[in-house]
Ligand binder design. Structure first.
Ligand code: F6P
Length: 746
């Protein structure tokens, strides 16, 4: 019934509006028809009386003239008649003629010649009386019009009945069709989601309207089923136990290897010669470290810490985390030239600006490319070295290793290789400028599964492969087949652990607020905004400062009351682009502070230095708002960390629309970071937001991050890996009995 109402109510309203507009129009038209009719009738009456009246007026006899008029009134069913002299005096008139109007009855008439009398409306026509020698005066004919009002009221009523009848009939037809279609859709939908019956049963119940979403629906159902079965029964949400269960039950304890450039723990020798363990500022590490803690296994990464070599064993391995060792890092050593060419050069001066729309021009050098290939091969060899089986699960991370999947596949054909691309993927036009585009794509298609944060990036990848490779791109099954080997291309939005480990060691919100304000020399009631990033040109730090400046211009009441703390971890600082950025960021902060600062008050506090996770969480908890203004970002985990840190359900997140996170955290204040005015308004809105609204928004975002946490991200990939491995085993068994179609890798 509610579905029918959804059709009927708008229909009823639309028809009522049409009726409301049409009835007065119809009234007006009917009146015009009647008036035209009365004009004609008046002319006929005047023509009929003209000659006799002209004769009588030559030898006027009041009795005969009045008699003629009264007779005409009766016979012609007119209301009244009057005869006027050429001088405009009423000479003769029938009984009911309103004498007060004299010979100018139309003075107060409407445009339709209607005059309102005490008896009701009358139509008036004035016709000259013409004799042989010219005009002898005028004949005034009046028709009663009250019947028109009666008819008009009746017509209105019939019109309303007509519209009601039309509405009823149309509504009935609509409801019947809607109900029938709905039943068809529901049946089709059920057939799709249940997947029950034979393929021909399913085909019979297939509804054409559902065809565009058929593939999405099936894959969604598959994901949900897999997720549901994988979830630890004792748990209400995804956590380390759920991951362990997948490893134990779905993957039968298969080994996991991670390959990434950045290592989760660096051993750094301080100036006082003490070795310190650092966690790098890296979204990748933030996400994968808790997964690795749950899964154990081996993490293969570049040993970049100054004391890394001192911490490893003879096989270049070290157990971590330091306080509770549960997995190992296998460090790979690079020469200075290799690091320069592969990491700084090809990865960060080439692929990084290529994949981000941040208007920095990519640089491609042949020598960088050579180093990139060499280092990818080195890591692939280490994977083979570390693998204890012929079919490990290898999680290849990011744009540093586009070639490694193919290289690993060549040496371990049965491995399940899941490559995750942590940054955006551009459209084919942009990607097309890469001199080694085919090699990069072919390298990536060595993966069994290729993951991106958003469907948009997956689609860009499909388009790119379509444009540059001889490959079969199947967008219904999200599969690309190149050289006979399929790669599933899927969306896996990354997240953070829930609850975050760094939160467990935090003081209360009040205490965090107090400590941070004290440390920054802010008044206890000062309002604080916070930005946490690597110092990278994609993060929009300059635009962020400009927005703060504009906000202080627009709303001077915040001067002296609001400060913005920007924490920026130094990153890739040997590159010119990053050094320039640092100069510009420092200069902008200085300029704004000179403009609005005063003794004891800085609008912008800039800290370009490394912060631990605990320090960052304390800042999140102490701030009124967190501002993420990336010009382009695959996901951005700072946004999710801020949400996770606010167990008081307070604080406002301002989030760039160009982050993957903006597709999930829709309750944030979503902004275009290039639109400085809009961002300034958002800052003001955040500072003025009522606590109840903050709570409602924050609660909903927290729910989402809790539910879609990093265990779920990793779990979904591992479940897909398990499904592939299971299928491969079934197919290879079938092949050995000569039953199978062509196989699949992974
Ligand atoms: O955002 C892409 C990315 O590789 C992340 O995965 C990581 O957080 C960040 O860049 C770190 O960059 P780098 O390792 O170069 O310091």
């Amino acid at each position: 019934m509610r579905l029918s109402l959804r059709f009927i109510l708008p229909l009823g309203v639309a028809l009522a509006v049409i009726a409301y507009a049409v009835v007065p129009l119809f009234d007006r038209l009917a009146l015009q028809w009647f008036v035209r009719d009365l004009d004609d009738r008046s002319a006929i009456v005047a023509r009929g009386l003209n000659d006799r009246l002209v004769d009588l007026l030559r030898a006027p006899s009041r009795t005969r003239i009045v008699g003629l008029i009264e007779q005409a009134v009766r016979q012609e069913r007119v209301f009244a008649l009057g005869v006027c002299t050429p001088e405009g005096k009423l000479a003769y008139a029938s009984d009911r003629y309103p004498r007060s109007l004299g010979c100018a009855p139309t003075t107060n008439a409407t445009e339709n010649h209607i005059v309102r009398l005490a008896e009701g409306p009358v139509h008036v026509a004035v016709t000259p009386l013409e004799g042989e020698r010219g005009e002898l005066g005028a004949l005034i004919v009046m028709h009663d019009m009250s019947f028109i009002e009666r008819r008009s009221a009746e017509t209105r009523m019939y019109l309303v009945y007509l519209f009601a009848a039309i509405a009823g009939i149309v509504a009935l037809i609509t409801v019947i069709i809607a109900e029938l279609s709905w039943r068809g859709w529901v049946a089709g939908f059920k057939a799709l989601v249940s997947g029950a019956g034979t393929e021909s049963d399913a085909a019979k119940s297939r509804v054409p309207e559902l065809r565009p979403i058929e593939a999405d629906l099936k894959s969604l159902v598959r994901d949900l089923e897999a997720e549901r079965s994988a979830r630890d029964e004792s748990q209400t949400s995804w956590g380390p136990d759920a991951l362990r269960r997948i490893l134990r039950e779905d993957l039968k304890g298969d080994e996991i290897l991670i390959v990434s450039n950045r290592e989760p723990y660096l051993h750094v020798r301080r100036e006082d010669n003490v070795i310190e363990i650092q966690r790098p500022a890296s979204g990748l590490v933030t996400a994968l470290e808790p997964v690795m803690r749950a899964c154990s296994g081996t993490w293969i990464a570049h040993g970049a810490g100054s004391a890394d070599r001192d911490a490893v064993d003879q096989y270049d391995r070290v157990m971590v985390p330091p306080d509770k060792p549960s997995y190992r890092i296998r460090r790979v050593w690079l020469t200075r030239e290799e690091e320069q060419g592969y990491y700084y050069g090809f990865a960060n001066e080439g692929l990084w600006p290529l994949c981000h729309i941040a208007h920095a021009r990519p640089v491609f050098r042949v020598e960088d490319w050579e180093h990139y290939k060499t280092v990818n091969q080195r890591f692939a060899d280490v994977v083979v070295d570390e693998a204890r089986s012929e079919d490990p699960i290898v999680l290849v991370q990011d744009y540093h290793f586009a070639l490694a999947p193919r290289m690993i596949r060549d040496r371990l054909p049965l491995a399940t290789i899941i490559t995750f691309w942590h940054i955006p993927w551009p459209n084919p036009e942009v990607f097309g400028i890469l001199p080694w585009r085919e090699e990069v794509l072919e390298g990536m298609l060595g993966s069994s599964i290729l993951g991106f944060h958003t469907q948009f990036h997956c689609n860009n990848f499909f388009d790119t492969v379509d444009r540059f490779l001889e490959a079969r791109v199947n967008r219904e099954t999200y599969t690309i087949t190149h050289g006979g080997e399929p790669t599933e291309v899927r969306r896996y939005p990354i997240s953070i652990e829930w609850p975050p480990a760094a939160l467990a060691r935090q003081a209360s919100i009040e205490e965090c607020r107090r400590r941070v304000r004290e440390r920054l020399n802010l008044a206890p009631d000062a309002l604080l905004g916070v930005g946490v990033d690597r110092l990278d040109y994609t993060k929009g730090i300059l635009e962020r400062f400009l927005a703060v400046e504009r906000m202080l211009e627009l709303k001077p009441q915040w001067i002296g009351r609001f400060s913005f703390l920007q924490v920026a971890a130094p990153s890739r600082s040997s590159l010119d682009e990053y050094q320039n950025l640092e100069h510009r960021v420092r200069a902008a902060a200085l300029r704004i502070n000179n403009r609005f600062g005063r003794p004891g008050y800085l609008p912008i506090v800039l800290q370009i230095e490394h912060h631990t996770a605990e320090q960052v969480y304390e800042l999140y908890r102490a701030a009124e708002l967190c501002y993420v203004s990336s010009l382009h970002d695959g996901m951005n985990l700072v946004a999710k960390e801020f949400v996770a840190a606010r167990d008081d359900e307070q604080g406002v997140l301002i989030l760039s629309q160009f982050t993957g996170a903006a597709r999930e955290l829709v309750e944030a204040l979503i902004v275009n970071p290039y639109d400085i005015q809009q961002c300034a308004v958002a800052l003001d809105a955040a500072l003025s937001m009522h606590p109840e609204e903050q709570r409602a928004r924050m609660r909903s975002m927290r729910h989402l991050v809790q539910e879609f946490n990093v265990y779920r991200w990793a779990g979904r990939m591992l479940i897909d890996a398990a499904r592939m491995r299971h299928r491969r085993r079934v197919l290879s068994r079938a092949r050995s009995t000569r039953l199978a179609p062509t196989g699949t890798h992974g």
